[in-house]
Design a protein around this ligand. Structure first.
Ligand code: PLP
Length: 410
């Protein structure tokens, strides 16, 4: 496809008309292929951001593209007032993969979390415990940007400009079982956590902490909500990372990779939670439309046809390479993650490393909520050769940027 505008025009139009929530890197992408993006001049970039984890099958996946095109010619959305051919099928596939039998579709991760929070409220309301509304969440958590999910998000900078948010939220440190058990009581409606914390610093929860969450539920009845929008559906080599931790959440939010680039998210629920709702309690006009359901079905086909095993192999390969990098570069404080979801913690702001990588043709990311952590979220389909190429560029970028990182310069 030929770009009709120059990079300068595109940047000027945005500067004049886009609400400035995102400080974009100075590059315009109009084409993708597999694990690579191309700028307007055709310069290739190896993509270890993959649309913040959405392009799980890489870019321009041939079967995904043809299924989307076919569905676009057929029907997009008759509305959720009627049956359509694919929602039930997708829900049953998700149920089979995750063990949670009920599904509600929405368009984004924050909506999936919002739905989980509302279902937790609905559950206690239906059971006559209308005052049971407290939520226990984790420090460094990221759950989204709408008011409910923002209320359980840790980063003060995200929350403060939009106060007051939901009341009754208690934050406890991740991986501190005693603090969790002390915080949960018979007033706790739910405990919400990311099994691998993403934007807040790529931090996996420990099995001991997962066991404590299970114990807290057993003791108090508090529901467990796993936010697997980033770490679920294959990202760590498991259908859900909760399964790897032997957690049995009552509610799970998934999103990001589910539509392999199209906006679809889902809230998965146990029968005990789902049976407490009534018709009309909640809804989502565009949720689960045909084109996004079909994209998700293609994604699940791939996941079940060898992609999970590929992620485990490629993830182990990436981990090995990152550990070698951390032995070589003294400034690396920690390497954390699972599968194809990794963080590299540096002594200061990682922005110079991200920029040095961009100059060398590698896309990596550092989040405002954890600015010292380089975030790696490659497409799940990335090859080991491409990972080796990425590691080589990372090596050079780390070598080029240490002075800036040490002083914490942005
Ligand atoms: C990205 C993310 C969200 C929010 O998803 P959106 O699609 O941006 O609304 C929620 N939870 C987690 C764990 C995420 O990584």
């Amino acid at each position: 496809m030929k770009a009709v505008r120059t990079a300068d025009t595109i940047r000027r139009l945005e500067a004049d008309h886009i609400v400035q929530f995102y400080r974009r890197a100075p590059v315009v992408f109009a084409l993708g292929q597999g694990s690579r993006l191309y700028d307007l001049d055709g310069r290739p970039f190896l993509d270890l951001v993959s649309g913040a984890g959405t392009a799980a099958l890489g870019h321009a996946h041939p079967r995904l593209a043809s299924v989307i095109a076919e569905q676009a010619r057929t029907l997009l959305q008759p509305s959720n007032l009627y049956y359509q051919p694919f929602q039930g099928e997708l829900a049953s596939r998700l149920a089979g993969l995750t063990g949670l039998p009920r599904v509600f579709f929405s368009n984004s991760g924050t909506e999936a979390v919002e739905t989980a929070l509302k279902l937790a409220r609905r559950y206690w309301h239906t059971r006559g415990e209308t005052g049971r509304t407290e939520i226990v969440a984790l420090e460094h958590a990221f759950h989204g940007r709408t008011l409910g999910s923002l209320s359980v998000t840790w980063e003060e900078r995200y929350r403060r400009p939009f106060a007051p948010l939901l009341g009754g939220i208690k934050f406890v440190p991740p991986n501190d079982p005693d603090r969790l058990l002390a915080a949960v009581s018979s007033s706790t409606a739910a405990i919400i956590f990311e099994p691998v914390q993403g934007d807040g610093g790529m931090r996996p929860l420990t099995p001991a902490f997962a066991q404590a969450a299970e114990r807290a539920r057993a003791a108090t009845g508090a529901l467990l909500i796993a936010d697997e929008v980033q770490c679920g559906l294959g990202r760590t080599g498991h259908a859900l990372h909760s399964l790897a931790l032997e957690l049995r959440p009552d509610l799970v939010a998934v999103g990001k990779g589910l539509g392999a680039g199209l906006p679809i998210a889902a809230t998965l629920a146990s029968e005990a939670v789902a049976e407490t709702v009534a018709y009309g309690d909640h809804g989502c006009t565009q949720g689960g439309n045909l084109i996004t359901c079909r994209a998700a079905l293609v994604f699940l086909d791939e996941l079940e046809n060898g992609l999970l095993a590929h992620v485990r192999r490629a993830g182990a390969h990436l981990e090995q390479g990152l550990r070698a990098l951390s032995r070589k570069h003294e400034m690396i404080i920690d390497i954390r993650g699972a599968g194809l979801m990794w963080g590299i913690e540096l002594p200061g702001d990682a922005a110079p490393v991200v920029e040095a990588a961009l100059h060398r043709g590698l896309l990596i990311h550092r989040h405002l909520a954890a600015p010292a952590v380089v975030r790696l979220l490659p497409p799940l389909t990335i090859s080991e050769a491409e990972l080796d190429e990425a590691l080589e560029i990372l090596d050079a970028a780390l070598g080029a940027a240490p002075a800036a990182v040490d002083t914490g310069a942005a």
